[in-house]
Ligand binder design. Structure first.
Ligand code: ADP
Ligand code: ADP
Ligand code: ZN
Length: 215
């Protein structure tokens, strides 16, 4: 299963990707997680990327395209992968197409999660993220069983620097301007499944699985 999860910040891509990795035994490739790890490690790439991330903008295409191209070569992608947060521009989508072509691989599906802007702000302001595994929780919609400790791995939780209302609004605008054209892009290539992301997490999950298993 070679999948892309598409949708605005806060749509639930990461949450659903974690579920899909278990069901299909394929890795989640989150460019956001990879970039945050580089920031944490203080690599040259991380230092540069942090400026764009803190401002709510996109990291330059050539940086993320390089990350994904390398990551797709890894052995664990043999049975497929879930791209979460990539591509985010038409140029990234074109570059992905080229990389896959060279590897003689093809995407199976692109799932687009649709969520209202106000719900996105509510989700992102209440999001808490695990420092270790990147899983996200929500103070209200996906609470932890033990305050401050990740249920999946025991890691500590934190609030992302960019999950502040002002930066969130900027990121939503960047999505509308630069990423939303990908909905048409993948509809035109016949790969798109559109899914209502406004329902509770478990319902979105059930719907997603049934759509994937039917296709
Ligand atoms: P994305 O990866 O698309 O940015 P996340 O999966 O991190 O989004 O989800 C954003 C926030 O919204 C998290 O706090 C998560 O717990 C919460 N969330 C995810 N899906 C839903 C949903 N269907 N209903 C309510 N809250 C959700
Ligand atoms: P969310 O799903 O909540 O928007 P991500 O974790 O996917 O957050 O991304 C966080 C930030 O990392 C983005 O706002 C952007 O600065 C950067 N980023 C992640 N993926 C990409 C990408 N494919 N292209 C450019 N920048 C990216
Ligand atoms: Zn964790």
């Amino acid at each position: 299963m070679k999948l892309i999860l598409l949708g605005p910040p806060g749509a639930g891509k990461g949450t659903q990707a974690k579920m899909l990795t278990e069901v299909f035994q394929i890795p989640q490739i989150s460019t956001g997680d990879i970039l945050r790890a580089a920031v944490k490690d203080g690599t040259a790439m991380g230092i540069k990327a942090k400026e764009y991330m803190d401002a709510g903008g996109l990291v330059p295409d050539e940086v993320v395209v390089g990350i994904v191209r390398d990551r797709l070569q890894a052995d664990d992608c043999g049975n497929g992968f879930i791209l979460d947060g990539f591509p985010r521009t038409v140029a990234q989508a074109d570059a992905l197409q080229l990389s896959l072509q060279k590897m003689k691989k093809e995407l199976d599906r692109v799932i687009s999660l649709d969520v209202d802007a106000e719900a996105l702000v509510e989700r992102l302001t209440g999001r808490r993220t695990c420092k270790e595994c990147g899983r996200s929780y929500h103070v209200q919609f996906d609470p932890l069983s033990q305050e401050g400790v990740c249920d999946a791995c025991g890691g500590a939780l934190f609030q992302r620097d960019d999950d502040q209302e002002e930066t969130i609004r900027k990121r939503l605008q960047v999505y509308a301007d630069q990423t939303s054209p990908l909905i048409k892009y993948y509809r035109d290539s016949g790969l798109l499944i559109e899914l209502d992301g406004m329902q509770p997490i478990t319902l979105v999950q059930e719907k997603m699985l049934s759509l994937l298993q039917a296709s």
